[in-house]
Design a protein around this ligand. Structure first.
Ligand SMILES: C[S@@+](CC[C@H](N)C(=O)[O-])C[C@H]1O[C@@H](n2cnc3c(N)ncnc32)[C@H](O)[C@@H]1O
Length: 333
């Protein structure tokens, strides 16, 4: 174990026995509801599983590696570390800790016990493969809360392919291309757009891990806010568009803030949407509730003169204590 933890005693929300029995119970519960071939998921989520609000335990596993990523709002006490270490040792897993919050944004998770994981490793989710890296800083390669939406995107592409020869999907703010992978495996031609070269390279490795030919898909380094108007001008239209921006982004002095600019972003996306296409709009921004987010998407459709069905998505079942993610699917009629 690296580093030192404060030994201050604070309110303990669980004891060892409780933690152990909750983990055994939740492992069983997840085996019953997770999609087949899913070895990356949330095992404990906040107060409903005996943890503090905003804390969680996630599993990332394959045949050789079994890792638990424990995420907390505050640095845990030494007693909490002791309880978690004991349970992790019983389950023979590598335990890593990530203390959440703005001041830790550049830090990778801290190794607590078990075998150290020094290289990226593959996990599967709904049968798709993704590279995970515990040394890559704050984010490990996949946002598990989007699992059901990745599956929904695959379903939408398959439905479209029943009526048309080609389905083009644009994944903006793509990160490691989680949505592109589900769309591409369902048969879409994808365009993966991100500001970061590092994430585009990671995206390509994810394509290769799924035996998808890079030459049949597009990878674009650039600013979504610049590319959407370019696509619209050239009438390069997409049958599906994914919008999942960070709450705040800055590029070449230009700032994107969800609360000020999301509606315009949706309008820009709608300007390059093919007939009967769909747009997935997603945000973690806590200043909107689901209703406000939906009403904003509705106004954007109205502004663009688009008749559409709007439906909200729920978080996956393993996120029992969470309500951070708001997702609306716009389906053009
Ligand atoms: C919240 S992550 C997106 C997560 C992703 N949708 C997923 O499900 O895995 C935000 C991503 O947006 C990228 N980004 C930030 N500002 C951008 C911009 N203006 N244009 C394109 N990408 C941007 C970042 O590099 C990062 O990869």
């Amino acid at each position: 174990m690296k580093g030192k933890f404060p030994s201050k005693i604070k309110f303990i929300t669980f004891d060892f026995k409780q933690l152990h029995s909750t983990i055994v119970e939740q492992l069983q519960a997840r085996a019953d509801f997770l999609p087949a071939n899913t070895a990356a998921y949330r095992l404990l989520d906040g107060p409903s599983d005996g943890l503090d609000k905003g804390s969680c335990l996630e599993v990332y596993a394959n045949d050789k590696i079994k890792a638990w990523l424990w995420q907390t709002q505050e640095t845990p006490t030494s007693l909490e570390i002791k309880h978690f270490t004991k349970v992790a040792q019983q389950h023979k897993v590598s335990l890593y800790l990530k203390v959440l919050g703005a001041k830790n944004l550049s830090k990778s998770p801290q190794h607590i016990c078990g075998a150290e994981i020094t290289k990226p490793f593959l996990v599967t989710e709904s049968g798709r493969s993704y590279w995970i890296d515990f040394a890559s800083g704050y984010s490990q390669g996949i946002f598990l809360d989007q699992r059901d939406n990745r599956n929904k995107v695959a379903d939408l592409v398959k439905e479209q392919l029943a009526h048309q020869a080609e389905v083009k999907v644009l994944n903006t703010f793509a990160y490691t291309a989680g949505f592109s992978i589900s769309a591409a495996l369902a048969g879409a031609t994808t365009t993966t757009l991100d500001l970061s070269n590092t994430y585009l390279e990671w995206s390509k490795r994810n394509f290769e891990a799924n035996e998808l030919a890079l030459s049949e898909h597009y990878f674009l380094k650039g600013d979504t806010l610049e590319w959407l108007p370019k696509f619209a001008k050239k009438q390069r239209l997409f049958d599906g568009i994914i919008l999942d921006p960070p709450s705040f982004s800055r590029n070449k002095g230009k700032v994107f803030k969800v609360q000020d600019h999301y509606r315009a972003l949706i309008e820009q996306a709608l300007a390059c949407l093919a007939p009967k296409g769909w747009v997935l709009c997603s945000t973690n921004y806590l200043g909107f509730n689901a209703q406000q987010f939906k009403s904003m998407a509705k106004k954007a459709c109205h502004q663009q003169g688009l008749r559409a069905n709007l439906s909200a998505a729920q978080l996956p079942q393993d996120f029992a204590s969470s309500n951070h993610l708001k997702v609306i699917f716009i389906q053009a009629l």
